[in-house]
Write a protein that binds this ligand. Sequence first.
Ligand SMILES: Cc1cc2nc3c(=O)[nH]c(=O)nc-3n(C[C@H](O)[C@H](O)[C@H](O)COP(=O)(O)OP(=O)(O)OC[C@H]3O[C@@H](n4cnc5c(N)ncnc54)[C@H](O)[C@@H]3O)c2cc1C
Length: 365
Amino acid sequence: MSEKPEKSVVLVGGGHTHALVLQGMTSAPLEGAQVTVINPGPTAPYSGMLPGFVAGHYTRKELDIDLAALAQKANATLIDGEAKGIDLAHKLIHLENGESVSYDFASIDVGITSRMDGLQGFRQYAIPVKPLGPFSARWDAFRSTAGPKHVIIIGGGIAGAELAMAMAFALRGAREPVSVRLLDRGRILSANSVKAQKRVRKELDANGVQVLEGVEVAEVRERGVVFTDGRVFEANFVVGAAGATPHAWVPSTGLVTKDGFIDVNRSLETNEKGVFAVGDCANMTVTPRPKAGVYAVRQAPILLANLRKSLAGEALDHYNPQTDYLKLVSLGGKRAFGEKSGLGFAGNLVWRLKDRIDRSFMDQF
Ligand SMILES: Cc1cc2nc3c(=O)[nH]c(=O)nc-3n(C[C@H](O)[C@H](O)[C@H](O)COP(=O)(O)OP(=O)(O)OC[C@H]3O[C@@H](n4cnc5c(N)ncnc54)[C@H](O)[C@@H]3O)c2cc1C
């Protein structure tokens, strides 16, 4: 009797969900499937530890999930490359290098970008915080180069504020002149609770971060940032941390999207049967949630189960996201602010809790 041919399962992007799916496959392989992962580079940084890395509490090695090792353990093939399109009719993933990978089942977990393409000079002189890999490399190089350090972070959400405190902490005590500025066109932390706003504002101040609100950036230049009111602020490291922008190629795949994010149902499946989307690049149509790593992480067991069920031709499981979760924000030094169900707490113990949670997440790999 001839064996059934293996199906091709392609994981596009090495985001948090796919890393955990690979991890799950190391102990229970996907029967009847050849699995391929596509990611630019052999590693993917873990977002929870990024502020700690920026502040100098973690090394780059501690920050990175080793996708190459994980793929090997999971008996999957890692392609070091970037997807740039999907041909749904012929079930092909097109790569930047001109090659294509065929799939029977696919999942997309490519995250978002905080590139600000509409802002003059951004591409040449600024760096988006997402994707995290290139950002981490640029920060490492900047921090270890001698000379004045003038940092501007565009976007005063919680990620921008966390980064600003981490950067100010890392640069404190430098012999050369240092400044860290956090800019927002409205008020910073407007999406956060009043409790979080109060605490984080205080900590920004304590870290020496200058907050500029109600300001609009007109242009990024080699040595500074120009506001629409004509003011110019010196900067030699400008970071984009405003909003979540989907990758430009995603809406052109033919998959149904909302504002560029891929619509998925409760099974994390797109409008195309057998094609899933997870993490920040997905839009959960039934139970929408803000973009947060916690959802990407919790989607992993459902995605893995649904890939198995798709291969077996069975009905798919549903993902029911939680409504609240413990939010932990590092405050520059080894201190953190935590908030859940309206209760807020801050200090060294909260940092230790965050450190323990983050390290045990990484220890799985
Ligand atoms: C400073 C900061 C701190 C944060 N802290 C927290 C936190 O404490 N808790 C929390 O819940 N959330 C946090 N977040 C949000 C969190 O980063 C995201 O929600 C999470 O990373 C989403 O994971 P993901 O699975 O969508 O993929 P991502 O982690 O975004 O990874 C996507 C992967 O896809 C790859 N990729 C991109 N394009 C392509 C392509 N074309 N082809 C193939 N691969 C591609 C990327 O290189 C990357 O490896 C933070 C964000 C920032 C910026």
